[in-house]
Write a protein that binds this ligand. Structure first.
Ligand SMILES: [Zn+2]
Length: 139
């Protein structure tokens, strides 16, 4: 099954079937579940969520889209505008995927925090300490 992609600024209220709407401004893509159940699938585009590959003609989303929160439980890839069905995951695999996802995010954001704190946050801490001491000794 093929999809169209449409670059938009704002995601429209009425999402058409078989269209992947992509808002670069909001770093989000949305489409109706490929199984036809009518649920709208939102895929945030970020270093820890989905990546969008645009080759000038078609788009791909990575990783796969697993609609575990819908009844249909559909699982597929969007590769070069084509819906490629993946097999269904069992509960353990879904759980594993979710835990992995959390770990990946934690790792990513910790790294970000570390680099920020080593460069800019330390002097602030000292100041805070001074403030804290002042507040004690001024009594
Ligand atoms: Zn569905």
């Amino acid at each position: 099954m093929m999809m169209q992609h449409r670059f938009v600024e704002i995601i429209p209220d009425a999402v058409e079937d078989d269209v992947l709407y992509i808002s670069l401004k909001y770093c989000t893509a949305i489409h109706k579940c490929a199984c036809g159940c009518g649920n709208e699938v939102v895929t945030p585009i970020s270093p820890t969520d989905w990546k969008l590959i645009f080759d000038g003609k078609t788009v791909s989303l990575s990783p796969s889209i697993g609609n575990w929160s819908f009844n249909c439980q559909s699982h597929y890839w969007i590769k070069r505008n084509e819906i490629v069905y993946a097999r269904e995951w069992d509960k353990e695999e879904i759980q594993f995927g979710r835990t992995n996802d959390k770990k990946r995010k934690a790792k990513y954001y910790n790294k970000e925090n570390e680099s920020v704190s080593s460069v800019t946050k330390r002097p602030k801490k000292k100041k805070r300490w001074k403030k804290f001491l002042k507040s004690i000794f001024s009594f």
